[in-house]
Design a protein around this ligand. Structure first.
Ligand SMILES: [Fe+2]
Ligand SMILES: [Fe+2]
Length: 220
């Protein structure tokens, strides 16, 4: 027979561990990324749609959280990870994409140039930005486009977390809650729903009119 007491205790422990880990991740991001978190650029990032269903800001925070989670897992395996560099890299990696419509000619140019732009933004926000963090940001797009491969473990972590979050944003977009900011995909979905509702009503109206006409003809 299954031991329900044991199972519920085990599940509670797993839940507690998870919320503990979430708290630790939040604390680390707050501590090492405070300059970026307080910046106008990050606020602005929540206004720009990214990966169809998300915003640059939401994506940035997801990449930061996933990167820290990967770093914790590696530390458990006794692999040294520079967590402050990971956090700075993750928080700044896409800030250069802000204002993409005016800054870049097309998507290809945006994909190629935004890492360099992100380094510029990061240098403004963090005057003592290390070359290590700059490299993480500069190379995060690898293996896409012409990006150079990451040259540090921290760079690999941010690059992997970026891909993971981007795929999750796009594939699981419908699960991402609408946060109230302008989100093109949500607007389009609402417009399509409205269109299909109007069309259905028009068809119903037409069929009602037709039925009435037929009935009139029969009764004549
Ligand atoms: Fe990027
Ligand atoms: Fe990204």
């Amino acid at each position: 027979m299954r031991n329900l007491w044991y199972e519920s205790t085990m599940h509670r422990q797993i839940r507690d561990k998870r919320s503990d880990r979430k708290r630790r991740i939040g604390k680390d991001i707050d501590r090492y990324g405070k300059d970026v978190l307080a910046s106008d650029e990050l606020k602005q990032a929540f206004e720009q749609t990214h990966h169809t269903w998300s915003t640059v800001g939401e994506h940035t925070l997801r990449v930061a959280a996933s990167s820290v989670m990967i770093s914790y897992a590696l530390r458990k395996l006794n692999i040294k990870v520079n967590i402050p560099a990971v956090i700075i890299g993750a928080l700044c990696h896409d800030l250069g994409i802000l204002g993409r419509d005016t800054k870049f000619e097309n998507n290809k140019e945006c994909s190629r140039e935004h890492p360099g732009e992100s380094v510029k933004v990061a240098r403004e926000l963090i005057p003592d930005l290390t070359e290590h963090s700059a490299d993480i940001i500069e190379r995060h797009m690898w293996p896409a486009g012409q990006s150079k491969a990451p040259n540090s473990l921290e760079g690999v972590i941010v690059s992997a977390a970026d891909k993971y979050s981007a795929v999750k944003d796009i594939v699981k977009g419908s699960d991402v809650k609408h946060t109230g900011v302008k989100n093109v995909a949500h607007d389009q979905a609402a417009w399509l729903r409205e269109q299909s509702r109007t069309q259905t009503e028009k068809v119903r109206e037409f069929s009602r009119e037709l039925q009435e006409k037929v009935r009139d003809q029969i009764n004549k």
